[in-house]
Design a protein around this ligand. Structure first.
Ligand code: HEM
Length: 532
């Protein structure tokens, strides 16, 4: 009797005896057939035998730093629509403008949901903050409430506030740079600018000094959100058993959720107290939410997450693009010279460029579009998720497919953007459309860039973001020559972030262009508005 047989229960002796070697072989075969396939892609077809789009043979739990570079390599190998298995999650990667339009716009009724990402959606956002909500009535309701402040007409109504914050940002950078004599780290002011804008939209107020601790707190929360919500970077999002373990990322996600509720909840209560005391609270998102809470059936988490939605969506993204702008331009003195020539010719040196000057400054507009193309805040937008089976050009996308807009490949298509890795604003001369108009062109191959995503989940902040970029970037160019600091090269290849991307820390020299700069910047001081 073998050792194994000695330990078998007596009752098994009635079963046919399997020799030990056969048992071992069977165990190996079982392991090979049931475990090994978990590491390779599945061949899925629909009932008519239509296969899923091609893709790499292995399954992945996460992709390392700079996942967009791997997606780009696969796009070149497998084409404009391919699939990758992230654990058991089938993920379709869209790298072609026509396919993006066909799948995300024309089939938007069934491709506009969100997968329930474990860290981002389930823990941090509780499926809220607009971005984390599946395509359902709650999403429609929250997006509608948000859009009351984000429509083009609404943006016009508060454009003077954005104007003022752009002034404050330029002024603060100028002061920090001691009028061009000292190198400046632009990150803090690049973050405070959109934060003040979003804070005002959400809560009707602004931070009054550059040192207000709320700025650092909000920027830290937004940054942590971006680090934890990468669509390809967390194995725990794709391997279910990992979700049962007390991992460090899981703990960070719970902490972030609690901090969002605590920080934004406290601010809501302060607005509520003012309203209860009969004070005149400026129109803002939180005022609307408090007034309509009962009629809309909003719970406390809805309120907190909605009041954080603009800050989570519109601060890190805008701060990133502002920083890329200031990181890029020092390497292109000839482009700066062309902007300055246009600025002096169209605007002159007596006053700042305003929103009204935009239409007359095609080169400055082209520079902004080119920054958004070459250094998009997000390379993979936010994944969409399909809610019904779909067959597209002989390829099957089953219900429950995650759909990734591969912005990196779309923006590095050398046919659409010749020499696509080069910063060349000339490619946008003659394009006088705003980002939203461009996203709605009948021919998606003519769209300026895809930085704001696509389809029914397209960034709702697109209009305010366009205005913010124009005001801040044109003012920076009116005021300064942006130079690099000798001996401190700025890296344009490396960057930070798992989701939203920002340049590695850098400093620039902001040299005032003329005497009026000082007078303009000294003109308006920090003002205090409604206090909460
Ligand atoms: C340069 C600035 C910005 C960029 C590059 C950007 C980019 C994006 C992208 C790529 C998406 C995903 C779209 C998709 O799913 O297809 C998105 C969604 C979103 N953005 Fe922005 N965004 C910016 C500014 C803003 C601003 C200023 C706000 C707020 C006022 C905002 C709020 C949101 C929200 C709430 C969503 C989720 C929309 C939904 O799921 O329905 N974003 N943004």
């Amino acid at each position: 009797m073998s050792t194994v047989e000695a330990f078998l229960p007596v009752s098994t002796s009635v079963l046919p005896t399997i020799p030990l070697r056969t048992a071992v072989v069977l165990a190996i075969v079982l392991a090979v057939t049931s475990i090994i396939p978990l590491f390779f892609r599945k061949n899925i077809t629909n009932k008519d035998g239509v296969p899923i789009p091609p893709g790499p043979p292995r399954r992945y739990a996460f992709l390392p730093k700079y996942p967009e570079r791997i997606l780009h390599k696969w796009a070149q190998q497998y084409g404009g629509l391919y699939t990758v298995f992230m654990g058991s999650q089938l993920t379709a990667v869209i790298s072609d403008p026509v396919i993006a339009r066909d799948l995300l716009v024309n089939n938007g009724a069934i491709t506009s949901s969100r997968r329930n990402y474990f860290l981002k959606d389930e823990i941090i956002l509780s499926q809220r903050a607009i971005t984390g909500t599946p395509y359902n009535d709650k999403w429609r309701q929250h997006r509608r409430l948000g859009m009351t402040l984000l429509s083009p007409a609404a943006v016009e109504s508060y454009s003077h506030n954005l104007d003022y914050e752009a002034h404050i940002m330029v002024r603060s950078l100028w002061a920090a740079g001691k009028m061009g004599k000292v190198p400046v780290d632009v990150a803090h002011d690049s973050g405070r600018y959109p934060f003040n804008n979003m804070f005002r939209l959400s809560f009707g107020t602004r931070t009054e000094t550059n040192k207000d601790p709320l700025i650092e707190r909000a920027l830290t929360l937004a940054n942590e959100f971006m680090l934890l919500s990468g669509p390809w970077t967390n194995a725990v999002d794709f391997i279910k058993p990992l979700q049962w373990l007390p991992t460090q990322k899981r703990a960070r996600a719970h902490k972030l959720h609690d901090q969002i509720i605590e920080t934004y909840g406290a601010l809501i209560l302060r607005v509520q107290a003012r309203m209860d005391a009969g004070e005149d609270v400026p129109d803002c998102l939180v005022k609307t939410l408090i007034e309509t809470r009962e009629a809309e059936g909003l719970d406390w988490e809805d309120l907190c997450m909605m009041s954080a939605a603009f800050t989570l969506g519109g601060v890190h993204s805008m701060s990133g693009i502002m920083q890329w702008f200031m990181a890029l331009l020092p390497s292109y003195p000839e482009i700066q010279a062309r902007v300055h020539e246009e600025m002096d010719r169209v605007v002159g040196r007596e006053h700042y460029p305003t929103a009204a000057d935009e239409k007359d400054m095609p080169y400055m507009r082209a520079v902004i579009k080119e920054v958004a193309r070459l250094h998009s805040s997000f390379w993979m937008a936010t994944p969409h998720y399909s809610t019904a089976d779909l067959v597209y050009k002989g390829m099957y996308l089953p219900k429950g497919t995650s759909l990734i807009l591969n912005i990196y490949s779309l923006h590095h298509d050398d046919k659409r953007y010749p020499d696509s890795f080069t910063f060349n604003p000339d490619r946008y001369l003659g394009d006088d459309l705003g980002s939203y108009e461009s996203a709605n062109l009948a021919d998606p191959r003519q769209r300026d860039h895809w930085a704001f995503g696509s389809g029914r989940r397209i960034c709702p902040g697109i209009h305010v973001a366009d205005r913010e970029m124009w005001l801040a970037m044109s003012r920076l160019m009116w005021s300064f020559e942006i130079n690099s600091v000798p001996g401190h090269p700025i890296s344009l290849e490396e960057y930070e972030g798992a989701n939203g991307r920002t340049p590695m820390p850098f400093k620039v020299q902001l040299v005032p262009r003329h005497d009026r700069v000082r007078m303009m910047l000294e003109e308006k001081d920090e003002v205090s508005v409604f206090k909460i």
